[in-house]
Design a protein around this ligand. Structure first.
Ligand code: NAD
Length: 260
C-alpha cells in the first residue's frame, strides 16, 4: 500500500498517465497531476480523483519543454504534498515523418519532452529520495526504446535514450532504497495513438475500426490494445516492496511485439 507516499505523474491529464495516476491514488498515494487540457475539466478530474480515493490531488500545468516550468512543478509538489517519493515520467509526444523531411523544431520538441524532461525531473528529486532512502522513478518508454519503426526517428531516438538514462540512474542508485525502471508499452489506445489511426484511415480510405485492426496487425501479435489500467497496475507493482530489487529494466507490455 502506498499510504503516506506522494507521486508526481507527468502528462496525467489523459491516456496512460491518467491510468497510472488513478492506480497510484487507488493504492493510497497522494498525487500531483500534470498535463494540458481544459482548465475546468482538469479541476473536475482533480476533485473526482481526490473524493473517489480519499487522497490529496494537486495539479500543475507545467510545460515539459521548459526547464523553469519543471522547476515550478517540483516546487508545487513539495509545497502541496510535502515531498516527492515517486516520479512517473510519462508525458510524451510523437511526430512522424521521413528523416530527410523531419522538421527540426519537432525533433527538438520530441527530445525535450520525452528525454530531457525526465532528466531534469530526476536530477531535481533524487537528492530528497536518497535522503529518505526510498524512491521510485518510473520512465514510460516504449517498445520503441528497444526496436525502431519507419518515420519515427525522433521518437525512437528519445525512447532508446530514456532506456539508457534509466539504466544509468539504476546503477547510480543500486545500493540505495531508490529504484529506477522503465515500462515499454506496445499499442495503447490513447489520443496519441488515435491520431495515428486517423492518419492511416485517411491515407488508405479505411473506417476507424478497420484502421485499428490494420495498425494492430502490423506489429502487435495479440491483436488487442494494452489498457492504461494494466500499465497502472504495473506501476503500482514497481512501487511495492516486492519490486525493491527490480532495477534498470524496461518491462514490455506489448502483446508480443518484441517477441517477433
Ligand atoms: P496522450 O497524448 O494520451 O497523453 C499525453 C499526456 O502528456 C497528456 O496529458 C498531455 O497533456 C501531456 N503533454 C503533452 N505535451 C506536454 C508538455 N509539453 N508538457 C506537459 N504535458 C504534456 O499520450 P499517451 O499515449 O498516454 O502517452 C503517454 C506516454 O506513453 C508517452 O511517453 C508515450 O510515448 C508513451 N507510449 C504510448 C504508447 C501508446 O500506444 N499510446 C505506446 C508506448 C509508449
Amino acid at each position: 500500500m502506498l499510504n503516506g507516499k506522494t507521486a508526481v505523474v507527468t502528462g496525467s491529464t489523459s491516456g496512460i498517465g491518467l491510468g497510472i495516476a488513478r492506480a497510484l491514488a487507488a493504492d493510497g498515494a497522494d498525487i500531483l497531476l500534470n498535463g494540458f487540457g481544459d482548465a475546468a475539466e482538469i479541476e473536475a478530474l482533480r476533485r473526482q480523483l481526490s473524493s473517489e480515493y480519499g487522497c490529496q490531488v494537486a495539479y500543475c500545468g507545467a510545460d515539459m519543454t521548459k526547464a523553469a516550468d519543471i522547476e515550478r512543478m517540483i516546487e508545487t509538489a513539495n509545497r502541496e504534498l510535502g515531498k516527492i517519493d515517486i516520479v512517473v515520467n510519462n508525458a510524451g509526444i510523437q511526430h512522424t515523418a521521413p528523416v530527410q523531411e523531419f522538421p527540426v523544431d519537432r525533433w527538438d520538441a520530441v527530445i525535450a519532452i520525452n528525454l530531457t524532461a525526465p532528466f531534469l525531473i530526476t536530477r531535481a528529486v533524487l537528492g530528497q529520495m536518497l535522503g529518505r532512502d526510498w524512491g521510485r522513478i518510473i520512465n514510460i518508454a516504449s517498445v520503441h526504446g528497444q526496436v525502431a519503426s519507419v518515420d519515427k526517428s525522433a521518437y525512437v531516438a528519445s525512447k532508446h535514450g530514456i532506456m539508457g538514462f534509466t539504466k544509468a540512474v539504476a546503477l547510480e542508485t543500486a545500493t540505495t532504497g531508490v529504484t529506477c525502471n522503465a515500462i515499454c508499452p506496445g499499442w495503447v489506445l490513447t489520443p496519441l495513438v488515435q491520431k495515428q489511426i486517423d492518419a492511416l484511415a485517411e491515407r488508405e480510405g479505411l473506417s476507424n475500426e478497420d484502421a485499428s485492426v490494420k495498425l494492430l496487425g502490423e506489429k502487435q501479435p495479440s491483436q488487442s490494445f494494452t489498457s492504461p489500467e494494466q500499465l497502472g497496475a504495473l506501476a503500482v507493482y514497481l512501487c511495492s516492496d516486492a519490486a525493491c530489487n527490480v532495477r534498470g529494466v524496461g518491462l514490455p507490455v506489448d502483446g508480443g511485439w518484441l517477441a517477433q
